[in-house]
Design a protein around this ligand. Structure first.
Ligand code: PHE
Ligand code: ZN
Length: 890
């Protein structure tokens, strides 16, 4: 080939080669340091909606004034997204001094203060992104966080522009008998033509992302709550009046009790009182996230509202309580004090997650809740922090903010604030939060404002601690204990791994709760808190004639990975004697992780492997026989570390090997302890009825007994599971029996799956479970099965819950997603490509599993990368998916 000639492009067209590569323009990078106050203030907004499913007309009237804190400008720049202005007037006069700049509408304003009125028209039924105003099963509802309001009308759609809202809605009474918005209802009326209207007023200034409207044929569970100062609040939980599930209204009672508990708890724990006469919740079946904290009108995914014992598991009940609490707590941490810009998202989300965690802990078992929260952090946030999408809890830049509603911002954000609480103690921490609420009420605040309030109110020096807001990555702490004479010396060192854009890290302050156990008595002399602030540090403890056993990071006092140089004997000791339930559970986990990682890396010979198993078996036997444990806690101690967490512990992960090794240990435990698991199943079957904590615990260990037996004695387990399914008087038992059966090659699998479908056909939330169970099952033909399920008449890309239920559990499967052929990766890439044009937010959430390629063995890594590249090459990608894919390939 003549190298001087212009090379041909792959399709043989030589002319193309001279042109710059056709690359879709990169969406702009938004940077935290570029923040500028908005040049205008919008103290009052009045919104007038003429509602229709396919055509809604909105007249927005804004009072606009110059912001003395902003740069002077005569241009009022209003954000829009897929809308066009129908009419624009300033001070009552139609104007032509406006222009479009991309999606933004720019209006030139001559004076200091004006009334700007804009009319837009939208088609809610065509809105498949579920952002802005959209139709769901014949009702209209809104989702405005983070940037959905701009899909309704032109507005400064940023959280530091606060306005009071008056909302008037008008529409056909037969279609939309119920009309709801933020605040309190102030007037209603009817017209002769069958239309009616309602007007709502929210006295509390808020950013546009907290605006909400719901219109539809809804029914209500009503109750009331009297606040600590004697204000009577009308509570309403709204569901669709006519739905194929039937009886949704009766499924709202647990949510209602949760609201009342949350209101009371926030008064007692944080001194926060509700501030309107009305608090409404609406359950919507098409929703991108869990729920939304719109002022006075929370909108919820039905999944986090509806429950009864027949259709919801114990886990569902707990999740509902937690999410109801979360959204309610946002009324103060989010609504009364909001965020200055979206980089501060963790200000409201991290704090509110901590608040919901403390609430759930207070309503249930505190140690079990802590163990569950740490499990979520490690299985979701740690992988994020060690991968291409790692970012600080307060990010420095983004292209699409929807991609930053992450486990890092939410869960690690909560851990960071929890550390402040641990260092200050709960009483002083409360002084800090009191100061925060008092000094920033009614403001759009920053993470720095929060830290400063805690610093001053609690009397802490958080200078170095601020690094937790700016540095990404999970710190790794190495721990060893020396003993000489009568002194034990604790040696600690930390490293914070490099993350994208942050190659070098500084040491962070790491508060570690610890206890030193006397080997003979199994006791310790009180817990202490040490804070590691340097790269390397030692702490001495005298008065130990013999070397003590170290229990460290008790209660998971810091969100770090601990690498401890201790013997297996010490871990076995802690698994038996540690009085901190988290640390006890941790010792069990470490024992198992060490064993599995040792076996996987080939460093264990047959004898060492057998010994390792024996040690784990003895620890399990002790847990099964420990009469002092409640079953909820016993259940935690019996959970094996997950495959994702295990793969994070390996330098290069081989998903199939990890899966087999873990299943092998499960089978070995099931065989070794078969009689005990059968006895446990029998005892728990008798005890597992009703809603008490003891009954919930019984159901939890019953499920585990079945899972271990299924790995060891499939025939026996199939019989027990089928019997459990048939006898079930609640969804927890029925679902866990079916879960076990879906992984077994038995005719019962087909029978029960059919029975389950017929029994719950039409109940969307239960049919979601039916999809999830199958797509995460141990079924060896999982790939074919998932492809068939995607063709099922009940499957649709239009409903995010349904999409997630089929594909999210699948991304965690070794034999499916990580199938050596790469077929699993292709299935997820196909999904992303098909979903992206409809619902980019939900599509982009499937990118991270593919983005983990760097940690997977080279063969699969190449296949994962190839799928990411295929997505990147698509002619048109949303900002959401584009950003996630390009970060994952970098
Ligand atoms: N702010 C909501 C919450 O955490 C989450 C959410 C974000 C919901 C974006 C919808 C859209 O409570
Ligand atoms: Zn939240």
């Amino acid at each position: 080939m003549d190298i001087a000639r212009t090379p041909a492009t792959p399709d043989g067209n030589p002319e193309m080669a001279d042109a710059a590569p056709v690359k879709p323009t990169e969406p702009p990078l938004i940077r935290r340091e570029d923040y500028k106050p908005y040049p205008w203030r919008v103290p009052e907004v009045s919104l007038d909606f003429t509602l229709g499913l396919t055509k809604t007309r909105i007249r927005s009237t804004m009072l606009v004034e110059r912001n003395p804190a902003g740069e002077a400008s005569s241009v009022l720049r209003l954000n829009g997204d897929e809308i066009t202005p129908v009419e624009i007037t300033v001070d009552g006069q139609a104007i032509n001094s406006w222009s479009m700049d991309g999606d933004d509408l720019c209006v030139t304003l001559p004076g200091e203060s004006h009334e700007v009125q804009i009319v837009t028209e939208i088609d809610p039924a065509a809105n498949s992104k579920l952002m802005g105003l959209y139709a769901s099963n014949g009702m209209l509802c809104t989702q405005c966080e983070a940037e959905g309001f701009r899909r309704i009308t032109f507005f400064p759609d940023r959280p530091d522009v606060l306005s009071t809202y008056r909302v008037r809605m008008e529409g056909p009474r037969d279609r939309f008998p119920i009309l709801l918005s933020n605040g309190d209802r102030v007037a209603t009326g009817e017209a002769a033509d069958g239309t009616h209207w309602a007007e709502w007023h929210d006295p509390w200034p808020k950013p546009s992302y907290l605006f909400a409207l719901v219109a539809g044929d809804l029914v209500c569970n009503r109750d009331s709550f009297t606040t600590m100062s004697g204000r009577q609040v009308e509570l309403g939980i709204w569901v669709r009046a006519t739905n194929e599930n039937g009886g949704d209204l009766a499924r709202t009672e647990h949510a209602m009790q949760s609201v009342k508990h949350a209101m009371k708890w926030d008064e007692e724990t944080f001194g926060r009182e509700y501030d309107l006469d009305t608090f409404n919740i609406v359950a919507v079946s098409d929703f991108n996230m869990g729920a939304m904290e719109n002022k006075g009108l929370n909108v919820f995914n039905t999944k986090y509202v509806l429950a009864d014992v027949e259709t919801a598991t114990d886990g569902d009940y707990d999740a509902i309580e937690g999410v109801i609490g979360h959204e309610y707590f946002h009324n103060w941490s989010g609504d009364r004090v909001t965020c200055r810009d979206w980089f501060q998202l963790s200000l409201k989300e991290g704090f509110t997650v901590l608040r919901d965690q403390l609430f759930s802990a207070a309503m249930n078992s505190e140690p079990v809740k802590r163990i569950e929260d740490v499990r979520v952090l490690r299985s979701v946030q740690f992988p994020e922090d060690s991968g291409p999408l790692a970012h600080p809890i307060r990010p420095d830049s983004y292209r699409e903010i929807s991609n930053f509603y992450t486990a890092t911002v939410y869960n690690k954000g909560a851990e960071v604030i929890r550390m402040m609480r641990t260092m200050a103690g709960p009483e002083r921490f409360r002084k800090g939060t009191d100061l925060y609420f008092a000094s920033h009420d009614g403001e759009a605040a920053t993470c720095e404002d929060f830290v400063r309030s805690i610093e001053q109110g609690a009397g802490l020096d958080l200078g170095q601690f601020r690094l937790w807001y700016s540095q990404a990555g999970t710190p790794k702490v190495s721990v060893s204990l020396d003993h000489a004479n009568d002194t034990a010396t604790l040696n600690l060192s930390q490293t914070v791994p490099p993350t994208p854009g942050q190659p070098d890290k500084k040491p962070m302050p790491i508060p570690l709760r610890l206890a030193l156990f006397d080997r003979k008595t199994g006791k310790h002399h009180g817990e202490q808190l040490v804070t590691l602030t340097e790269a390397q540090q030692s702490f001495s403890f005298s008065g130990f004639a013999e070397a003590p056993v170290l229990s460290i990071n008790r209660g998971f006092s810091a969100p770090v990975a601990i690498d401890r140089a201790v013997s297996n004997d010490d871990l076995v000791f802690l698994a038996q004697h540690d009085d901190d339930p988290f640390a006890r559970c941790e010792a069990m986990q470490d024992l198992v992780v060490r064993h599995l990682c040792g076996a996987l890396s080939g460093s264990l010979d047959d004898r060492a492997r057998e010994q390792g198993r024996q040690a784990i078996g003895a620890a399990f036997a002790a847990v099964l026989g420990d009469g002092s444990l409640d079953d909820l806690m016993r259940g935690e101690l019996l959970i094996l570390p997950g495959e994702t967490y295990l793969s994070e512990q390996m330098l290069v992960a081989e998903p199939a090997a990890i899966h087999d090794e873990r299943e092998g240990l499960k089978a070995w435990l099931g065989t070794t302890l078969e009689a005990r698991f059968v006895a446990l199943h029998e005892r728990a079957t008798a005890a597992g009825h009703g809603t008490s904590a003891a009954a919930k615990g019984a159901r939890k260990v019953k499920t585990q007994a079945l899972a271990y037996l299924a790995a060891a004695a499939p025939g026996r387990a199939a019989g027990l599971a089928a019997a459990q399914y048939d006898a079930a008087d609640n969804m927890t038992d029925r679902q866990s029996a079916l879960m076990v059966l879906t992984g077994l090659d038995t005719p019962e699998r087909t029978h029960k799956l059919l029975d389950f479908y017929d029994r719950f056909k039409g109940n969307a939330l239960v049919i979601d479970k039916w999809f999830s169970l199958q797509s995460s099952s141990l079924n060896p033909n999982l790939l074919e099965h998932v492809k068939a399920l995607a063709e099922h008449p009940d499957f649709t890309l239009k409903n995010p819950n349904r999409v997630r239920s089929l594909y999210m559990p699948f991304t965690g499967t070794a034999q499916g997603f990580h199938a050596a052929s790469g077929e699993g990766y292709r299935i997820i890439a196909d999904l992303i490509l098909a979903l992206d044009p409809l619902n980019p937010q939900t599509a982009a959430r499937f990118v991270p599993p593919l983005g983990r390629w760097r940690r997977i063995e080279p063969g699969r890594a190449a296949l994962m990368r190839a799928q990411l590249e295929r997505i990147a090459a698509a002619p048109k990608l949303s900002r959401d998916t584009h950003e996630q894919v390009s970060r994952s390939l970098d």
